[in-house]
Design a protein around this ligand. Structure first.
Ligand code: AMP
Ligand code: TRP
Length: 339
C-alpha cells in the first residue's frame, strides 16, 4: 500500500473511433454517471489520440465522432458541472507523460497485451507504433491526474494492470511514492456485452456487421429488429443463473436485461425463467427502447449545436490542465529534467 494519500479521483476514456454502443453504455458510461455522485472528482475523456492508432480515420469523421461521443456522455447524464469533460488531444500533458512511460514500460510487457495481439493480428509489421504504445498512453491518461479509480469494461483489465506496473516501476526506479497504484472498477451485470450475432465475441463499434450491436443512435425500430434477430438457442430461459452455463447468447441477453433494468441476473431470472425467447425478446426490446430512446434524442439535440459542445470541451481542458500541468512538472523534476 502506498503511504501517500491521494485525492479520490476517477478517470476514464472512450475512443471516438466510431459511434457509441450498448456495450459502452452498460460497461462504462452508466458507472461514469453514478460515480459523479459519490465522493470522487470525476474526469471523462474522448481519447482521440487512441482513436488514430488502429485505422486511418478521415478528419471529418474523427471530428464528428468526437463531438458525438461528447454528446453521448452528456445525454447519458454526465454533467459538465459535476465532471471535467475533455478531449485528450487538447490536454497536451497526456502525450507528454506518455513519452516518459514509453521509456518506463518494457517491450515485453507491451507485447503480451491481448488487445495488441488481437488488433495487430498476423501482420504486426504493418501495425502502427502507436498501436503498440497504446497502453503507455492509457497509463499516462490516468496517472497524469493521479487518478485512483478507473471504471471500465472487462476488456480493459489487462491494460489497467499494466498501468499499475508502470506506476510501480516509476516509483521504484526513482525512489519515490509519486504515482498512485490505481484501482480498476469493473462492476455490474454487463461488464462484457457480447455481439448479438456471436456470443463469443464482444459487442464492438468496429464489428463490420451492424446487426451485431445496438448503437446509441439506433431508433426504436432498429433496436427492436436487432433484438428480434439476435442469435439464441431453442430452449426456454432457466430460472437460475447456473442454467445459463454454456449458453453464451442466452446469457448475453439476460445480462443486457439485468444491466438495463438495474437488477441482478438472479432477480431477472426469477421473473422471466421458463419463458421462450419469443416472449422474452419483445420485453427486452421494449426495455432497451425505453432506456435508450431518450438518450439518442438528446444526443441528436446536442449535435445540432456543435459550438456548444466545443465550448464545454474547451472549458474542460482548462480545468484539466490545472491538475495535469503541476503533476507533469513534478514528474520532470523527479526525472532530472532541467527547467
Ligand atoms: P472503447 O469503445 O473500446 O473505447 O471502450 C470504451 C469503454 O467501454 C471501455 O471501458 C470498455 O471496457 C467499455 N466497453 C466497450 N465495449 C464493451 C462491451 N462490449 N461490453 C462491456 N464494456 C465495453
Ligand atoms: N483503452 C480504452 C478502451 O478502448 C480507452 C481508454 C484510453 C481508457 N485511455 C483510458 C479507459 C484511460 C480508461 C482510462 O476502452
Amino acid at each position: 500500500m502506498s503511504e501517500t494519500s491521494f485525492t479520490p479521483r476517477v478517470f476514464s476514456g472512450i475512443q471516438p473511433s466510431g459511434g457509441l454502443t450498448l456495450g459502452n453504455y452498460l460497461g462504462a458510461i452508466k458507472r461514469f454517471v453514478s460515480m459523479q455522485d459519490e465522493d470522487f472528482e470525476t474526469i471523462y475523456c474522448m481519447v482521440d489520440l487512441h482513436a488514430i492508432t488502429a485505422k486511418f480515420l478521415e478528419p471529418e469523421v474523427l471530428r464528428r465522432n468526437t463531438r458525438e461521443l461528447a454528446a453521448g456522455f452528456i445525454a447519458s447524464g454526465i454533467s459538465p458541472e459535476k465532471s471535467i469533460l475533455i478531449n485528450q488531444s487538447q490536454v497536451p500533458e497526456h502525450a507528454q507523460l506518455a513519452w516518459i512511460f514509453n521509456c518506463v514500460a518494457r517491450m515485453g510487457w507491451m507485447g503480451r497485451m491481448t488487445q495488441w495481439k488481437d488488433k495487430a493480428g498476423k501482420n504486426a509489421e504493418a501495425a502502427s507504433l502507436g498501436l503498440f504504445a497504446y497502453p503507455a498512453l492509457m497509463a499516462a491518461d490516468i496517472l497524469v491526474y493521479h487518478a485512483t479509480h478507473v471504471p471500465v469494461g472487462e476488456d480493459q483489465k489487462q491494460h489497467l494492470e499494466l498501468t499499475r506496473d508502470i506506476a510501480a516501476k516509476f516509483n521504484h526506479d526513482y525512489g519515490v511514492d509519486f504515482f498512485p497504484i490505481t484501482e480498476p472498477v469493473i462492476e455490474g451485470a454487463a461488464t462484457r456485452v457480447m455481439s448479438l450475432r456471436d456470443g463469443s465475441k464482444k459487442m464492438s463499434k468496429s464489428d463490420p456487421s451492424d446487426a451485431s450491436r445496438i448503437n446509441m443512435t439506433d431508433d426504436a425500430d432498429a433496436i427492436a429488429r436487432k433484438i428480434r434477430k439476435a442469435k439464441t438457442d431453442p430452449d426456454a430461459l432457466p430460472s437460475e443463473a447456473k442454467g445459463l452455463d454454456d449458453r453464451p447468447e442466452a446469457r448475453n441477453l439476460v445480462n443486457i436485461y439485468a444491466g438495463l433494468s438495474e437488477q441482478s441476473v438472479d432477480k431477472v431470472l426469477a421473473e422471466v425463467g421458463g419463458q421462450q425467447f419469443g416472449t422474452f425478446k419483445p420485453l427486452l426490446a421494449d426495455l432497451a427502447v425505453a432506456k435508450l430512446a431518450p438518450i439518442s434524442s438528446e444526443m441528436a439535440r446536442l449535435m445540432d449545436d456543435p459550438a456548444e459542445i466545443d465550448r464545454i470541451l474547451a472549458k474542460g481542458a482548462e480545468q484539466a490542465r490545472e491538475i495535469t500541468a503541476p503533476i507533469l512538472k513534478k514528474t520532470y523534476e523527479i526525472i532530472g529534467m532541467v527547467g
